[in-house]
Design a protein. Structure first.
Length: 203
Protein backbone atom coordinates (compact mmCIF):
# COMPACT_ATOMS: atom_id res chain seq x y z
CA UNK A 1 0.00 0.00 0.00
CA UNK A 2 1.43 3.41 -0.95
CA UNK A 3 2.69 5.65 1.88
CA UNK A 4 0.41 8.51 0.85
CA UNK A 5 -2.57 6.18 1.00
CA UNK A 6 -1.59 4.96 4.47
CA UNK A 7 -1.33 8.57 5.62
CA UNK A 8 -4.77 9.35 4.21
CA UNK A 9 -6.36 6.34 5.87
CA UNK A 10 -4.71 7.16 9.19
CA UNK A 11 -5.86 10.76 8.90
CA UNK A 12 -9.45 9.70 8.27
CA UNK A 13 -9.40 7.09 11.01
CA UNK A 14 -7.86 9.50 13.53
CA UNK A 15 -10.66 11.97 12.85
CA UNK A 16 -13.49 9.45 13.12
CA UNK A 17 -14.42 8.05 16.49
CA UNK A 18 -15.05 4.33 16.79
CA UNK A 19 -18.68 5.12 17.61
CA UNK A 20 -19.03 6.37 14.03
CA UNK A 21 -17.87 3.11 12.49
CA UNK A 22 -20.83 0.99 11.49
CA UNK A 23 -21.08 -2.71 12.30
CA UNK A 24 -20.87 -5.24 9.48
CA UNK A 25 -24.55 -6.03 10.07
CA UNK A 26 -25.34 -2.74 8.31
CA UNK A 27 -23.45 -3.83 5.21
CA UNK A 28 -25.20 -6.06 2.68
CA UNK A 29 -23.38 -9.08 1.32
CA UNK A 30 -25.14 -10.60 -1.70
CA UNK A 31 -23.30 -13.28 -3.64
CA UNK A 32 -19.85 -11.71 -4.05
CA UNK A 33 -20.92 -8.06 -3.65
CA UNK A 34 -20.20 -6.25 -0.38
CA UNK A 35 -22.42 -3.17 -0.41
CA UNK A 36 -24.10 -0.43 1.54
CA UNK A 37 -27.87 0.08 1.23
CA UNK A 38 -28.46 0.16 -2.57
CA UNK A 39 -30.05 3.59 -3.10
CA UNK A 40 -30.28 5.04 -6.63
CA UNK A 41 -32.78 7.89 -6.74
CA UNK A 42 -33.14 9.42 -10.21
CA UNK A 43 -31.75 12.96 -10.43
CA UNK A 44 -34.45 15.60 -10.64
CA UNK A 45 -33.01 17.30 -13.72
CA UNK A 46 -29.99 17.19 -16.05
CA UNK A 47 -27.68 19.28 -13.82
CA UNK A 48 -28.52 17.68 -10.46
CA UNK A 49 -26.08 14.75 -10.70
CA UNK A 50 -23.88 16.22 -7.94
CA UNK A 51 -26.67 16.62 -5.36
CA UNK A 52 -28.19 13.31 -6.48
CA UNK A 53 -24.90 11.46 -6.02
CA UNK A 54 -24.49 13.00 -2.55
CA UNK A 55 -28.10 12.13 -1.71
CA UNK A 56 -27.65 8.51 -2.81
CA UNK A 57 -24.29 8.21 -1.07
CA UNK A 58 -25.62 9.51 2.26
CA UNK A 59 -28.78 7.41 2.17
CA UNK A 60 -26.77 4.33 1.20
CA UNK A 61 -24.83 5.01 4.40
CA UNK A 62 -28.13 5.18 6.33
CA UNK A 63 -27.80 8.93 6.87
CA UNK A 64 -31.15 10.66 6.41
CA UNK A 65 -30.71 13.97 8.25
CA UNK A 66 -27.99 16.61 8.32
CA UNK A 67 -25.75 15.84 11.28
CA UNK A 68 -24.95 19.53 11.85
CA UNK A 69 -28.68 20.38 11.77
CA UNK A 70 -30.94 17.31 12.23
CA UNK A 71 -34.06 19.29 11.30
CA UNK A 72 -32.92 19.20 7.65
CA UNK A 73 -33.57 15.97 5.73
CA UNK A 74 -31.20 14.52 3.15
CA UNK A 75 -32.57 15.38 -0.30
CA UNK A 76 -31.33 16.56 -3.66
CA UNK A 77 -32.93 19.98 -3.20
CA UNK A 78 -31.39 20.47 0.25
CA UNK A 79 -27.92 19.61 -1.08
CA UNK A 80 -28.03 21.94 -4.09
CA UNK A 81 -27.19 25.18 -2.31
CA UNK A 82 -24.54 23.61 -0.08
CA UNK A 83 -22.72 22.18 -3.10
CA UNK A 84 -22.98 25.36 -5.17
CA UNK A 85 -24.90 23.60 -7.94
CA UNK A 86 -26.08 25.74 -10.87
CA UNK A 87 -27.49 24.96 -14.30
CA UNK A 88 -23.84 24.45 -15.32
CA UNK A 89 -23.46 21.62 -12.81
CA UNK A 90 -21.62 21.14 -9.51
CA UNK A 91 -17.97 22.21 -9.10
CA UNK A 92 -15.47 19.62 -7.91
CA UNK A 93 -13.66 21.54 -5.19
CA UNK A 94 -13.00 21.63 -1.43
CA UNK A 95 -16.64 22.50 -0.82
CA UNK A 96 -17.36 18.77 -1.16
CA UNK A 97 -15.25 18.03 1.91
CA UNK A 98 -17.17 20.53 4.03
CA UNK A 99 -20.59 19.53 2.73
CA UNK A 100 -20.08 15.80 3.23
CA UNK A 101 -18.69 16.44 6.72
CA UNK A 102 -21.66 18.65 7.65
CA UNK A 103 -24.15 16.07 6.41
CA UNK A 104 -22.45 12.86 7.56
CA UNK A 105 -20.69 14.10 10.68
CA UNK A 106 -17.36 12.57 9.63
CA UNK A 107 -14.25 13.80 7.84
CA UNK A 108 -14.15 13.46 4.05
CA UNK A 109 -11.18 14.13 1.78
CA UNK A 110 -10.90 14.92 -1.95
CA UNK A 111 -8.46 12.83 -3.96
CA UNK A 112 -7.74 14.04 -7.47
CA UNK A 113 -6.99 11.41 -10.15
CA UNK A 114 -6.70 8.33 -7.90
CA UNK A 115 -4.67 5.38 -9.14
CA UNK A 116 -6.21 1.93 -9.49
CA UNK A 117 -4.76 0.88 -6.14
CA UNK A 118 -5.84 4.09 -4.40
CA UNK A 119 -9.41 3.98 -5.68
CA UNK A 120 -9.80 0.34 -4.71
CA UNK A 121 -8.45 0.91 -1.21
CA UNK A 122 -10.43 4.10 -0.61
CA UNK A 123 -13.71 2.48 -1.64
CA UNK A 124 -13.19 -0.82 0.17
CA UNK A 125 -12.04 0.84 3.40
CA UNK A 126 -14.92 3.33 3.43
CA UNK A 127 -17.53 0.67 2.69
CA UNK A 128 -16.12 -1.50 5.48
CA UNK A 129 -16.66 1.47 7.81
CA UNK A 130 -20.19 1.93 6.46
CA UNK A 131 -19.73 4.97 4.22
CA UNK A 132 -19.84 5.61 0.48
CA UNK A 133 -17.57 7.54 -1.88
CA UNK A 134 -18.43 10.28 -4.40
CA UNK A 135 -16.83 10.06 -7.87
CA UNK A 136 -16.71 12.84 -10.46
CA UNK A 137 -16.20 11.09 -13.78
CA UNK A 138 -15.48 12.21 -17.34
CA UNK A 139 -16.61 10.07 -20.26
CA UNK A 140 -14.81 11.24 -23.40
CA UNK A 141 -16.51 10.94 -26.79
CA UNK A 142 -15.34 7.74 -28.44
CA UNK A 143 -13.82 6.40 -25.22
CA UNK A 144 -15.00 4.07 -22.48
CA UNK A 145 -18.51 4.82 -21.20
CA UNK A 146 -20.71 3.38 -18.50
CA UNK A 147 -23.61 1.30 -19.88
CA UNK A 148 -26.52 3.28 -21.32
CA UNK A 149 -24.55 6.35 -22.40
CA UNK A 150 -23.97 7.35 -26.03
CA UNK A 151 -20.30 6.57 -26.70
CA UNK A 152 -20.13 9.31 -29.31
CA UNK A 153 -20.95 11.97 -26.72
CA UNK A 154 -18.99 13.53 -23.85
CA UNK A 155 -20.33 13.46 -20.28
CA UNK A 156 -19.20 14.96 -16.99
CA UNK A 157 -21.07 13.16 -14.24
CA UNK A 158 -21.18 12.40 -10.52
CA UNK A 159 -21.96 8.94 -9.16
CA UNK A 160 -21.85 7.29 -5.72
CA UNK A 161 -19.54 4.31 -5.10
CA UNK A 162 -21.30 2.17 -2.50
CA UNK A 163 -19.77 -1.30 -2.67
CA UNK A 164 -17.38 -3.70 -4.31
CA UNK A 165 -16.92 -7.25 -5.54
CA UNK A 166 -13.66 -8.59 -4.05
CA UNK A 167 -13.79 -11.78 -6.13
CA UNK A 168 -14.09 -10.15 -9.56
CA UNK A 169 -12.42 -6.86 -8.53
CA UNK A 170 -15.25 -4.54 -9.53
CA UNK A 171 -16.83 -1.46 -7.95
CA UNK A 172 -20.57 -1.33 -7.17
CA UNK A 173 -21.94 2.13 -7.95
CA UNK A 174 -25.19 4.08 -7.84
CA UNK A 175 -26.03 6.15 -10.93
CA UNK A 176 -28.75 8.81 -10.79
CA UNK A 177 -28.81 9.44 -14.55
CA UNK A 178 -31.79 8.59 -16.73
CA UNK A 179 -29.34 6.82 -19.06
CA UNK A 180 -28.13 4.31 -16.48
CA UNK A 181 -30.24 4.69 -13.34
CA UNK A 182 -29.71 2.00 -10.74
CA UNK A 183 -27.01 0.23 -8.73
CA UNK A 184 -24.58 -1.71 -10.90
CA UNK A 185 -21.14 -3.28 -11.04
CA UNK A 186 -18.44 -1.77 -13.23
CA UNK A 187 -17.77 -4.04 -16.20
CA UNK A 188 -14.11 -3.04 -16.52
CA UNK A 189 -12.38 -1.73 -13.40
CA UNK A 190 -9.23 -0.47 -15.15
CA UNK A 191 -11.27 1.52 -17.67
CA UNK A 192 -13.57 2.81 -14.93
CA UNK A 193 -10.61 4.23 -12.99
CA UNK A 194 -9.61 6.22 -16.07
CA UNK A 195 -12.98 8.01 -15.91
CA UNK A 196 -11.84 9.57 -12.62
CA UNK A 197 -8.52 10.88 -13.97
CA UNK A 198 -9.74 14.36 -14.94
CA UNK A 199 -11.43 14.92 -11.58
CA UNK A 200 -11.45 12.41 -8.74
CA UNK A 201 -13.29 11.21 -5.66
CA UNK A 202 -14.50 12.38 -2.26
CA UNK A 203 -13.91 9.69 0.34
Amino acid sequence: METSLLERIRYIQNNRSFSEFKPMSQILINSTIISLNPVSELQKNDYYCGPAAANNCLKASNIYYKRSNPSIAVSQDNLVQDLGTTTEGTPFDSRWERVMRDWSGIVHVIKWAPSEIELWNYVTSDVQFGYGVIADIHMVAGGYHLPGYDRQKEYWHYIALIGYDPVNHQIYYSDSSKYNNGCKLTDNYSEFVKLCKDRGIVW
